[in-house]
Ligand binder design. Structure first.
Ligand SMILES: Nc1ncnc2c1ncn2[C@@H]1O[C@H](COP(=O)(O)OP(=O)(O)O)[C@@H](O)[C@H]1O
Ligand SMILES: [Mg+2]
Length: 370
């Protein structure tokens, strides 16, 4: 009899120990998951929080576990920014039954927060949060590439439609030329032909830069490329009362590029910088600085201005075709630039602060000359 009881007790103990082991194992996994996890019970008390979530909130797990939501919102170590976000999530979850929340933290990283509750959770609320910045980046690039491909198609067909009548006009003017010479108006014919050729050139350039063609590359020193671009901007800068300053203390760096295309990119950026100076504050002196430096792999060409800067919305649509904030803008400059730099296996980065200015950095693979 006694041995029966002993046996049952032993079995229960073993069963308890093995459940405890499993529990510990799962708790351990949850604690160190790369997603942040926390669990509130039906009374609104935080019963579990893992390492990643506590790290995200920048508050120790110990001081949070056992707190109610109200206590968390009053926690002295939790930043105001985070308290505001938590309150917003709480409202949207409770009043709008929202189960997915997209969040951006102080450093600009993006997170997806999922709330699970209902019958299967016994009244508990499970919050899990995951860093989705990289996915977002891929999504945005795919979206941008899609739009650029579309832009390429549209521009190719428009260019085709415009070129045909231009060719016809060119032919007829040449036929009329002898009559115009007789009238002493050869100059008119010359101008018409010249302008038609120029229009054709513009279409060709645009088509070339918006369709994904391989660039016609030559190896060129960065400093001479930048000097030529600055020369091209001088008269416009003078007219707008701003200064383009080239820091030409550049080491002998070389890149292999389609010179025309890269000039177009830098010109687009300098022109945008010129547009970013408020006419009213013109006397403060608009300054555009161009400099270049290198790292192991790339040359970085920086074009910075002390203009009006950009807000979050402008920054997030910057490279979209046809996105412009200007009355007479086309919104093509930066999308075409993006395409050109991508074709050169480079990339563009932007830093901007409203009211302070903007910096564009074009990075292109360096060519080592030995
Ligand atoms: N240096 C800059 N400073 C402030 N805003 C800028 C700057 N560069 C670009 N932008 C913003 O990006 C938008 C898109 O630029 P872009 O593609 O060149 O088209 P567009 O110049 O025709 O508007 C501009 O309308 C402007 O709002
Ligand atoms: Mg522009």
């Amino acid at each position: 009899m006694l041995s029966d009881i002993q046996e049952t007790l032993l079995q229960s103990l073993e069963a308890f120990q093995s459940t405890q082991l499993v529990k510990n194992k799962y708790e351990n996994i949850l604690e160190h998951l790369d997603s942040g996890v926390m669990l509130f019970d039906s009374e609104g008390v935080l019963t579990f929080i893992n390492v990643q979530m506590a790290r995200l909130l920048e508050v120790s797990r110990k001081s949070l576990t056992g707190c109610t939501l109200l206590q968390i919102l009053r926690h002295p170590q939790l930043s105001r920014f985070k308290k505001k976000k938590i309150l917003r999530i709480y409202r949207e979850t409770i009043f709008h039954c929202k189960k997915y929340h997209e969040l951006t933290d102080e450093s600009g990283r993006q997170w997806l927060l999922t709330v699970t509750y209902g019958d299967q959770m016994d009244g508990d609320y499970l919050f899990s949060v995951k860093d989705v910045s990289d996915f977002k980046q891929i999504e945005q690039t795919a979206y941008r590439n899609d739009k650029l491909a579309m832009l390429g198609k549209i521009s190719a067909s428009i260019a085709h439609e415009i070129r045909n009548p231009l060719t016809a006009i060119r032919g007829f003017i040449q036929l009329l030329r002898p009559h115009l010479i007789k009238l002493g108006k050869d100059e008119y014919a010359r101008i018409i032909l010249m302008e038609i050729d120029r229009a054709n050139d513009i279409i060709y350039e645009f088509l070339n830069s918006s369709k994904p063609s391989a660039p016609q590359t030559t190896v060129i020193p960065v400093s001479s490329l930048l000097k030529e671009v600055v020369l091209l901007t001088e008269s416009e800068a003078l007219m707008k009362g701003c200064q383009v300053l080239l820091h030409d203390d550049i080491l002998p760096l070389h890149i292999s590029v389609d010179v025309k295309q890269i000039k177009q990119v830098i010109l687009n950026m300098v022109k945008n910088a010129m547009d970013a100076f408020d006419l009213l504050t013109g006397e403060n002196g608009g300054l555009i600085e161009i400099r270049a430096h290198r790292d192991n792999k790339n040359v970085h060409i920086c074009i910075s201005d002390n203009g009006k800067g950009m807000d979050h919305n402008t920054l997030s649509h910057l490279f979209d075709p046809f996105f412009t904030t200007k009355e007479s803008g086309t919104g093509l400059g930066l999308s075409v630039s993006y395409r050109i730099i991508k074709n050169h296996k480079g990339y563009i980065a932007v830093n901007s602060t409203v009211g302070k200015g903007t910096e564009f950095v074009i990075s292109l693979p360096i060519v080592e000359i030995v």
